[in-house]
Ligand binder design. Structure first.
Ligand code: G4P
Length: 280
């Protein structure tokens, strides 16, 4: 098993993902960017405006059920100030519908549609797509948006590659597959946080290093809560393994099992509701 502390990323994959993303972007009026509410800054792309070619963007902070709600409000405010985008807080796994998302997308598309009508074209449905990093909940958002409408409509004239669209209502069509924003993280801290939320392939990092880093980062803000949850005085993998009596040969604590356990606890929201990015 690798023991270095880096999250690895592959320029070849990134270039390909960017190309695929751009092909889809060309077809859309509006982009719905899904972020993970537990890492609102680390789950966006450094240069997202350029990557999206300046398309109107709606930002969804998803998995809000796993994030600290009060702190999240401050992040919403900050992201609005920084991007001038509309930001909605959602839980794509929960029961609530995403009508608000549809409404905002239509508002964002309207200027372009109006401009086309001013040139003499007939009014048409707005076209949107969902983008985001792996595992942030893009497919869950698409499923929720398309749940009540499964009208598939095929590729249109002028579109070279087959892209499948779903009609959400008479005013909105959505691409049925998301655009994947590649992880391009020269910033290792952001990359590590993406590993915490399972947004990075497991082959790209070492579980033990990442689990210990999760404990370190969580302790900055939530030390007491964490110590209570794991019932240890010092937050190390060794201590947590010993406290659970997870011992391997030679009476060594079972670090491998503990690392997997801690990452799973966090991802399942068992330890608590957290936000791991800093506002400043
Ligand atoms: P992706 O397309 O961006 O890769 O993400 P996807 O929708 O596949 O969601 C990734 C995982 O996150 C799924 O869990 C999904 O259920 C979960 N998820 C999506 N949105 C939310 C949310 O708002 N809150 C919570 N708590 N989870 C969410 P999974 O374990 O892969 O599958 P399963 O849990 O559906 O079995």
């Amino acid at each position: 098993m690798k023991k270095d502390s880096h999250i690895h990323w592959y320029p070849g994959h990134i270039a390909k993902a960017e190309r695929q993303l751009k092909e889809k972007l060309n077809l859309c009026d509006v982009v719905i960017e899904v972020l993970d509410a537990r890492i609102p800054f680390s789950s966006t792309y450094n240069n997202i405006e350029t990557l999206l070619g300046g398309k109107p963007r709606l930002i969804l902070l998803n998995k809000a059920d796993l994030a600290d709600r009060n702190e999240l409000k401050l992040f919403v405010q900050k992201i609005k100030e920084q991007t001038s985008c509309t930001v909605l807080v959602i839980d794509a796994k929960g029961a609530k519908d995403l009508n608000q998302v549809v409404k905002k997308v239509l508002e964002l598309a309207e200027p372009k549609i109006q401009a086309q009508m001013a040139k003499g074209l007939l009014r048409r449905a707005a076209r949107a797509m969902v983008v985001g990093m792996p595992n942030v909940g893009k497919s869950s958002v698409i499923n929720k948006l398309t749940k009540s409408s499964k009208t598939k409509i095929g590729a249109r004239a002028g579109v070279t590659r087959q892209q499948q669209w779903v009609r959400i209502n008479k005013d909105l069509d959505l691409l049925d597959t998301p655009g994947i924003i590649p992880m391009r993280q020269d910033d290792q801290e952001a990359a590590t946080k993406l590993a915490f939320v399972n947004s990075v392939s497991e082959n790209a990092y070492d579980n033990e290093t990442v689990a210990q880093e999760l404990l370190n980062i969580l302790s900055r803000k939530y030390e007491t809560q964490l110590k209570e949850y794991y019932k240890v005085d010092e937050l190390t993998l060794e201590n947590i393994a010993k406290s659970r009596n997870w011992i391997v040969s030679n009476a060594e604590p079972d670090i491998t099992r503990t690392a997997v356990y801690i990452l799973k606890n966090f991802r399942d929201g068992k330890i608590g509701k957290f936000i791991l990015d800093e506002l400043e």
